[in-house]
Design a protein around this ligand. Structure first.
Ligand SMILES: CC(C)(COP(=O)(O)OP(=O)(O)OC[C@H]1O[C@@H](n2cnc3c(N)ncnc32)[C@H](O)[C@@H]1OP(=O)(O)O)[C@@H](O)C(=O)NCCC(=O)NCCS
Length: 183
């Protein structure tokens, strides 16, 4: 049976972001941050943080960083997911960001972003990240990929947890490997 036009609309590709994607990635981050953190941190704080952390010049600099992957999941020309992973000293890949647009979650985009990010850094043996302790979606997602909680960061709000996953020998596998760190 052929794919319907609806199926075609839902297909996505994962690739390194270009300069044309930066504004779209920012919009995706702002929308997903509000959806994820407003109830935990308050709208004002989320607006202030995302304006600072996801300013166009900040994202542009990150996208040009060596030993890093600044990825976009693109669907019908729109940015529906984004991951930013950075090699650390030694064999650790820090998954600094993993965000999927709320309307596009639970379609396997997060899975694929994680898989591609890990695959692009074959020398990395561990993936680390930081996640808000009350972010139940993210905890479920990372738990499914084999991440274990390795510690807490001493802060009142947010309440960040460190997680780590060991990368398996299979470079295609994200489920047995992976990431690390921007809430
Ligand atoms: C966490 C996040 C990146 C996952 O991306 P996603 O594309 O929705 O996840 P996938 O569709 O690839 O899900 C893979 C598996 O993870 C688990 N999972 C994902 N979202 C889940 C949820 N809301 N509740 C329970 N389990 C979930 C499931 O096991 C799922 O497999 P299934 O759909 O076959 O049951 C996405 O929910 C997101 O962007 N959340 C908001 C931002 C955020 O918290 N980012 C992480 C910051 S540290």
């Amino acid at each position: 049976m052929g794919a319907s036009s609806n199926d075609a609309d839902r297909r996505f590709v994962i690739r390194p972001a270009t300069s044309d994607d930066i504004g779209k990635v920012r919009n995706l981050l702002v929308a997903t941050w509000h959806d994820t953190y407003d109830s935990l941190l308050g709208v004002e704080r989320v607006t202030e943080t995302t304006n600072r952390w996801h300013a166009l010049d900040v994202l542009t600099t990150q996208a040009a960083r060596p030993n890093a992957s600044f990825l976009v999941a693109s669907q019908s020309g729109e940015a529906v997911g984004h991951a930013f992973a950075v090699e650390q000293d030694g064999d650790v890949l820090l998954l600094s960001r993993l965000y999927v647009l709320p309307t596009c979650q639970r379609q396997g985009i997060g899975d694929e972003l994680l898989r591609v990010a890990v695959r692009r850094h074959p020398g990395m043996k561990r993936v680390q990240l930081v996640v808000e302790a009350r972010n139940t979606k993210a905890l479920a997602f990372y738990g499914r990929h084999g991440f274990m909680i390795t510690g807490e960061i001493e802060e009142e709000e947010p309440r960040p947890l460190r997680m780590e996953m060991t990368v398996s020998g299979d470079p295609n596998s994200a489920r047995n490997a992976c990431p690390a760190n921007e809430l």
